[in-house]
Design a protein around this ligand. Structure first.
Ligand code: MN
Length: 232
């Protein structure tokens, strides 16, 4: 047995619908600006520009249903509901038509965002890490295998806060389709089983407060819930 200086952390994994098996998480890729109405609400140009990619660490996954303390260093903490694709086969320099073959399943995720820190990063031309990649910032629901649900390209994506609807759109509103996103990522990385891809959020993002209950869902895929707690 390897003698580590300290006990290595447990592998992050997601539960799988109707299965006792778990899906081990490798890397988390995210795409920004993928629904035109959301690009406009953020003050951007919704033309079909190449996608913006950023990352979240697998250690920052929070499972759906959890309570998350209101995070530090923000006073403008936002929800972003997204369809998340889970890679199940390696892929390098593939074409969009080959992408679905590499996708093992899907879930509903929340790309939680410290919007004030993202605004500062944009102004200063700095990375989005502090805004996007923080403890609990990658909230993920149960995975649904593509073998069961297919590859969703249409259907409602929505989010409520305390039962009130905040985000609603259709997967057809994406600027870049899921296969296009995966194909583009595969030009930069050797995608591997366990990699996750957040595919962007529709319009209606906004702040949440301690005590709020967030419920996101993607039609035909699943749902995710998050309860916001008091700051630590
Ligand atoms: Mn997002």
């Amino acid at each position: 047995m390897t003698d580590f200086v300290f006990a290595p952390p447990a592998t992050t994994s997601l539960s799988v619908r109707d299965s006792v098996q778990r899906f081990a998480v490798r890397r988390i890729f995210c795409i920004g600006r993928n629904y035109a109405a959301h690009v406009r609400e953020m003050g951007g140009d919704p033309g079909r520009q190449p996608p913006v990619f950023f990352n979240k660490a697998a250690w920052h996954v929070l499972h759906g249903g959890a309570t998350m303390p209101y995070p530090p260093q923000t006073s403008d903490f936002h929800h972003e509901v997204e369809l998340v694709a889970a890679i199940g086969k390696s892929a390098f320099r593939i074409r969009p038509g080959q992408a679905n073959d590499c996708i093992w399943g899907y879930c509903c995720g929340l790309d939680m965002t410290r919007r004030d820190l993202q605004g500062l990063a944009k102004t200063d031309g700095m990375p989005w890490s502090l805004a996007k990649d923080f403890e609990g910032g990658a909230v993920l629901g149960e995975l649904a295998p593509a073998a069961d649900i297919g590859h969703p390209a249409a259907g409602a994506i929505m989010l409520t806060v305390n039962g009130e609807e905040r985000q609603r759109a259709d997967l057809r509103d994406m600027i870049w389709t899921v296969p296009e996103i995966v194909a583009q990522l595969s030009q930069h990385y050797h995608l591997q089983p366990g990699d996750l891809v957040y595919t962007g959020t529709p319009e209606g993002v906004g702040p949440v407060d301690p005590g709020d209950v967030l419920q996101g869902s993607v039609e035909g895929v699943g749902s995710v819930e998050l309860v916001l707690g008091a700051p630590e």
